[in-house]
Write a protein that binds this ligand. Structure first.
Ligand SMILES: Nc1ncnc2c1ncn2[C@@H]1O[C@H](COP(=O)(O)OP(=O)(O)OP(=O)(O)O)[C@@H](O)[C@H]1O
Length: 523
């Protein structure tokens, strides 16, 4: 693959200070045309801040940006300049509209070609779309609706849209965690488009916490830690362990004892009653798309839920959380029949859910970090009419350490934290309740490699004390590593249960796919 082109993007000495946080400290980054360049680092190391500066949304305090012969002060970047210089960002949420066609999505944000009377020139619109699709070899037609396409193809469309207006020049395409919401087996579809972009001479910056993807896709890697660049490597010279070591730095070894002390002091514990034979028993449950679901979870079990998007994975968790009405069926928690009419009742009974959509369902953006950590247990801090603020701070401080939350203090609004750090707080908040049943929907999305292990070990601690967990993740590698067994959902039904030794990403993939194909034959 071509990656010895000239340097298209050169970032020099870029710094950015937020109140209480040095987000970037003298960052240098060079990316060549034709190269796929990874930008990696732990949660809160400054990746998003750098991207925002490059795209002109946030102004740096110091430094320069050189793009294809133009020099800009990083403090003066502006979205318009950034766009004109060929900088394009594809965000994790893709920002494609499900009810619009491929051609319409490709033109979003610009005027449609129209006659003088204002009629859309559909032929021209579709021809433009066909060209864009051909360029990246995308398996879609201009008239297809986005919602009918696999997620990876939607990501390709988002990538194709980013190339718009490049007019034959070479641009800088920044892909910000583009695979976070993609099923693992679809990732290669997006990779194909990314490789095409590089082969055309564009510079591609790939931001990801998934290190196997970094190793597979990219030619060079820049590693950031605490707002600084700590290394730049040829990908071929790295192993995954090298990369983890470089990302975590001393954190991987030094503070282990410190964290152990924190863990020992912390009230992360299990449900605190003698475990019965079953934590959860679900019989013949129908709810939303779910049909005839039977499921039993024993104390100490961590069970995965696999299946394609739309198979009913999230709905299963919501049904158990009182967030989706049951049409029929029986649910027992620790041997007692329960029928939650809302999540409040579920939480009171020791069932908690960490939703996938953190922004709408997980955090209180305007509350502080410590308040967000403590909302699950606020009652505990009222004593004799006084609110024990100091105790909240002390306990939340222990939790922050336990999950290595990167924040200037517990007093800042949670919305100013990086995405991964917000997720750690949501997890910590619920785990400290010592729930009986943990329902986790994509719990490690956007979470760095160090914290991922912390989160799963905390889950294990909770279940070891007599609870159980049900985990949905589209990362099948991860699922296979962290669960005891997995159920596979297809069109709302449990179609298989996979245990060791079949419990591997490949084994799960086969079951999921086999089912997909069988049904498409039947339909
Ligand atoms: N608007 C803001 N106000 C205050 N602090 C901020 C703001 N935005 C980011 N920060 C801080 O700057 C640091 C870098 O955050 P950034 O979002 O760039 O990290 P990141 O590497 O993208 O992390 P992640 O992998 O979790 O997305 C963090 O400590 C964060 O708390």
């Amino acid at each position: 693959m071509m990656h010895d082109g000239e340097t298209l993007l050169s970032v020099r000495g870029v710094s950015k200070m937020y109140p209480g946080t040095r987000a970037l400290d003298g960052v240098n980054l060079d990316v060549r045309g034709g190269e796929i360049h990874a930008l990696v680092g732990g949660n809160g190391c400054g990746k998003s801040t750098l991207i925002k500066i490059l795209s002109g949304i946030v102004q740096a305090d110091a430094g320069e940006v050189h793009i294809a012969g133009h020099t800009m002060e990083a403090a003066r970047m502006h979205p318009r300049f950034a766009h004109d210089l060929g900088i394009r960002v594809v965000h994790q949420d893709l920002a494609v509209f499900p009810d619009l066609s491929v051609a319409e999505n490709l033109r979003l944000g610009t005027d449609y070609p129209a006659t003088r009377l204002g009629q859309v020139r559909w032929r021209e619109l579709h021809q433009g779309a066909r060209d864009a699709i051909r360029k990246l070899d995308i398996a879609a037609r201009p008239t297809d609706l986005i919602r009918d396409l696999p997620v990876a193809v939607r990501a390709q469309i988002a990538a194709a849209r980013a190339m718009r207006g490049m007019d034959g020049r070479h641009g800088i395409i920044i892909l910000d965690e583009p695979t976070a919401s993609l099923p693992r087996h679809e990732v290669h579809v997006l990779f194909k488009a990314v490789r095409r972009m590089a082969a055309e001479g564009h510079a591609v910056v790939f931001v990801s916490h998934r290190l196997d993807e970094v190793l597979e896709l990219t030619q060079r890697v820049t590693v950031m830690r605490d707002g600084m660049v700590v290394g730049e490597h040829a990908t071929a010279s790295l192993t995954e362990q090298d990369l983890i070591g470089s990302i975590l730095g001393e954190r991987s070894t030094m503070d282990r004892t410190e964290r152990q002390v924190a863990a020992d002091r912390l009230e992360i514990h299990g449900p605190g009653h003698a475990p019965g034979p079953l934590v959860l028993k679900v019989a013949d449950l129908d709810a939303g798309p779910l049909r005839n679901v039977d499921l039993e979870l024993r104390p100490g079990e961590v069970v995965g839920v696999a299946g394609l998007l739309g198979s009913g994975r999230t709905e299963l968790l919501r049904a158990l959380y009182g967030d989706l009405r049951l049409a029929s069926g029986r649910v027992e928690l620790n041997g007692r029949h329960v029928a939650f009419r809302n999540p409040g009742q579920a939480i009171a009974a020791g069932v908690i859910m960490v939703p996938e959509d953190r922004v709408n369902g997980g955090i209180f953006p305007n509350l502080t970090v410590d308040e967000n950590m403590s909302v699950s247990v606020l009652g505990k801090y009222w004593r004799g009419g006084w609110f024990r603020r100091a105790a909240i701070e002390r306990d939340a401080g222990v939790l922050r350490k336990r999950f290595r939350v990167k924040t200037p203090s517990g007093d800042v609004a949670i919305r100013s934290l990086s995405g991964g750090n917000q997720q750690k707080i949501v997890m910590g908040r619920w785990l400290r309740l010592g729930p009986s049943l943990l329902l986790l929907d994509e719990p490690t999305q956007g979470v760095d490699v160090g914290a991922r292990a912390d989160i799963y070990s905390a889950v294990r601690e909770v279940v070891a004390a007599g609870g159980a967990a049900l985990i949905v993740t589209s990362d099948l590698e991860e699922l296979a590593q962290v669960v005891d067994r997995a159920i596979v959902l297809h069109e709302g039904r449990i179609v298989a249960e996979v245990r060791a030794p079949e419990l591997s990403a490949q084994g799960l993939n086969e079951v999921i796919y086999q089912r997909g194909e069988e049904s498409s034959v039947v339909v």
